[in-house]
Design a protein around this ligand. Structure first.
Ligand SMILES: [Fe+2]
Length: 163
């Protein structure tokens, strides 16, 4: 499965940089599986084009549990809550003259969207991951069937930002 993403800022943004990281299709980050995942797997550093657009291909991530040792585990147990986060992809996005934005987007059909262990889901952060048939035009040059997601991120010069 593959995804590609579009940044559409509210002003012309050149030199927009993106730091992206995600878990794999089983819900593990590279640092959790150093013996089976290469260092940096699921991570990427990108520079948008002169129109502020970027795209990449990756796997659709899976939900994963947060650590349950210590106080967090006690809190989850005391409140009868599970430890899972819905599938998501992290972004840090910035451009010269604009405030850097740290956010994440969630996969629309993921489990746990309504019960994120860390209460971070907002409807505006949920994105459709839409299946596309083989041969569908895409900027990544993928010829097999894939899953497509679009993300518009607005950067602000005067502080704050949102997707
Ligand atoms: Fe995460």
């Amino acid at each position: 499965m593959f995804g590609w993403y579009l940044i559409r800022p509210d002003a012309e943004l050149t030199q927009t940089h993106l730091n992206v990281w995600q878990a794999d299709f089983e819900g593990f980050y590279d640092v959790q599986q150093p013996d089976s995942q290469p260092q940096g797997n699921g991570c990427g550093l990108f520079t948008a084009d002169d129109h502020g657009r970027f795209y990449f291909r990756s796997v659709v991530p899976a939900p994963y549990p947060i650590p349950t040792n210590g106080l967090v585990g006690e809190l989850l147990a005391a409140t009868g809550r599970h430890a899972y986060r819905p599938a998501h992809i992290h972004f840090i996005v910035g451009a010269p003259g604009f405030r850097e934005l740290t956010t994440h987007i969630f996969v629309n059909d993921s489990a746990y969207l309504d019960s994120d262990a860390v209460f971070a889901v907002k409807r505006s952060l949920v994105r459709d991951f839409t299946p596309r048939a083989a041969g569908t035009d895409n900027p990544c040059g993928v010829v097999e069937s894939f899953v497509e997601a679009h993300i518009d991120i607005t950067l602000h010069a005067d502080g704050g930002g949102h997707t």
